[in-house]
Ligand binder design. Structure first.
Ligand code: NAG
Ligand code: NAG
Ligand code: NAG
Ligand code: NAG
Ligand code: NAG
Ligand code: NAG
Ligand code: NAG
Ligand code: ZN
Length: 507
């Protein structure tokens, strides 16, 4: 056992990415502003009410990855005035219903499509392509006649790993109370011109700077309100192309922290929904059965992507200005969105939505009734809030696209740390140790690996064991009590999201 502990202690030191993390800052400039319900993290930085069990002498408390100077510069360039320009232009097309006219330049979804395409093309860098990803949808659920569904897709290829791709989405179609009413006004300012503004503003800033190591896609989708037709077409297009989609960041209704008088003002929190491993069709039935057996229901790829996004936001808290509230659900109660189309292809996908939705201004026909203003109108959007959501997305998506891929073939061994099989079972096997292995040498960007862990009830990883550039590690931590993940680390310290180890006979 001592030999194994020595192996862990002798590992290479992997430096953190440049500047100091601001997660532990008790004086973030935004946390005491009116409208901030910010809760200072407890030990060590995430909510860890039971961090004293199991004993935590293995590894170190996890410090969120800090942003480097290039990322800080990009975050500072996210511009609330650009977001205002995008949201107000989109809200002024009358309706952007999926079935609305496509042959006007001033109203209807066709006008919105053409404007987004023109604007994204104008802001693109020479490395970036901007194109329509379209098809004709026949009569179907909420589609009463054949219609051209067009996504606007900007892509920047990765310099090192172009087949690996991260996709940010927001939908540009809108709706009224009657989801089939495609002629009357439907400004859709919050739902979801704000999500489109996040997508477009991220693309603009990345175009000014970036050559990410893996590819990034910025997509404004259509048909979401009818049944995520555009996102499904985009996900299937990427599947057909054989792309390795390591994440979908979906932004839908990200325009305000306010819903007075129904809720307290919450300007500095954004919700992030991540489905468990049991979401239908998101993982194989074998994976679901195994997760059920070992208690890994909150260790899905989507939830590990959510943990990653929350960690990056915490590490860049001063620059991002937003607290990410992880929610272990596919979406809001009995509701859905474009990320589900990516989940159903087996890819990690999460949804950002404002802290508290205001249902007076969602899907509503604009009107004053009994003295109350209804409608998804521009005056209820807070462009600074949406800018903070854009920074949260950009920080995490850029960091992932600058890091190695997620490790592959990660497993946890059944051969160590179990009761004896017979009288000849070696004593060293009878420990309560846990052994992990994964593939190495496949990703030139991976300079090392980390084992992360948390008590089973915690939302977020609390501890990290740096193991260096090796393909396995054995630690004196009981797999009965602890949730584990393995992640890759690049030369500059940038980390991938973590991967749940699958059960293997041996390492
Ligand atoms: C902590 O917050 C203060 C106030 O916003 C800021 O000046 C300082 O740079 C921050 N420190 C770190 C380490 O981020
Ligand atoms: C415009 O599009 C509608 C369908 O949205 C079609 O019925 C109409 O004929 C078109 N008008 C022209 C001038 O092309
Ligand atoms: C959908 O409409 C756009 C804009 O007119 C056009 O470029 C595209 O080819 C159409 N897609 C299909 C499948 O017809
Ligand atoms: C899962 O897949 C089955 C078979 O393709 C399909 O019938 C079902 O509707 C899917 N469920 C969801 C939630 O997508
Ligand atoms: C409007 O006021 C009338 C009369 O007080 C009431 O019956 C009705 O429920 C109100 N409608 C709404 C949507 O508040
Ligand atoms: C089991 O794990 C605990 C927690 O790491 C450790 O304190 C203990 O020494 C281990 N016991 C054995 C027999 O390895
Ligand atoms: C996965 O890892 C195991 C060792 O744990 C190895 O035997 C196997 O070949 C690996 N599979 C792939 C597809 O790389
Ligand atoms: Zn929406």
């Amino acid at each position: 056992m001592a030999k194994r502990i020595a192996l862990v202690a002798a590992i290479a030191f992997i430096p953190l990415a440049s500047t100091q993390s601001s997660y532990a800052n008790s004086s973030l400039s935004w946390q005491s502003l009116p409208g901030s319900l910010y809760t200072p993290p407890t030990t060590p930085w995430a909510y860890a009410p039971d961090a004293s069990w199991p004993p935590t002498t293995i590894g170190t408390p996890l410090e969120p990855q800090a942003p480097d100077d290039e990322l800080l510069q990009m975050l500072s360039e996210i511009d609330p005035n650009r977001i205002k320009h995008i949201v107000s232009t989109l809200a002024n097309f009358g309706t952007r219903h999926t079935l609305s006219t496509q042959n006007s330049s001033t109203s209807g979804i066709g006008a919105a499509r053409d404007w987004i395409l023109k604007e994204m093309t104008a802001q693109a860098s020479p490395d970036m392509t901007v194109e329509l990803n379209s098809y004709i949808q026949g009569v179907a659920e909420r589609i009463s006649f054949p219609v051209n569904i067009s996504n606007i897709v900007a892509s920047i290829p990765g310099t090192d790993d172009p087949n690996r791709v991260y996709v940010v989405t927001g939908h540009y179609d809108s709706r009224r109370l009657d989801v089939m009413d495609y002629t009357n006004p439907s400004p859709g300012a919050d739902d979801d011109a704000t999500g489109v503004a996040v997508v477009m503003e991220m693309a603009r800033v990345v175009a000014l700077h970036g050559k990410p190591k893996a590819s990034m896609i910025f997509a404004a989708t259509a048909g979401e309100e009818q049944a995520s037709y555009g996102a499904t077409h985009l996900a299937k297009t990427l599947k057909k192309e054989g792309r390795n989609v390591e994440g979908n960041w979906n932004n839908d209704i990200v325009g305000t922290g306010r819903n007075e008088p129904f809720a307290a003002i919450n300007d500095y929190t954004v919700r992030l929904f991540g489905a468990s491993i049991f979401y239908p069709n998101a993982s194989t039935s074998e994976e679901q059965t195994e997760a059920g057996l070992i208690g890994a229901w909150n260790d899905s790829p989507a939830q590990n992507l959510g943990r990653y996004i929350a960690e990056i936001a915490a590490g860049a808290a001063e620059a991002v200005g937003m607290q990410v509230a992880l929610i272990y659900r596919p979406d809001r109660f009995l509701r859905g969105g474009d990320h589900l189309s990516f989940l159903e292809e087996g890819w990690p996908a999460v949804r950002f939505t404002e802290a508290v939705e205001d249902f007076r201004h969602q899907h509503q026909d604009p009107r004053v009734q009994n003295g109350t203003q209804y409608g998804d109108l521009i005056q209820y959007v807070d462009f600074d809030y949406t800018a903070r959501v854009a920074r949260t997305n950009l920080a995490s998506m850029w960091s992932a696209a600058s890091a190695p891929a997620m490790p592959r073939n990660v497993s946890i061994s059944e051969a160590i740390g179990f009761p004896a099989a017979d009288r000849d079972t070696p004593l060293e096997v009878l420990s309560n140790e846990s052994q992990f292995c994964w593939n190495t040498g496949e990703d030139p960007l991976a300079a090392g690996y980390e084992l992360v862990y948390r008590a089973s009830g915690n939302l977020q990883w609390t501890h990290v064991v740096s193991v260096g550039d090796v393909g396995s590690v054995t630690v004196d931590l009981p797999k009965d009590d602890v949730q584990f993940g393995v992640r890759a680390v690049g030369k500059d310290g940038k980390k991938s999201p973590a991967v749940l180890p699958a059960v293997a006979g041996s390492c």
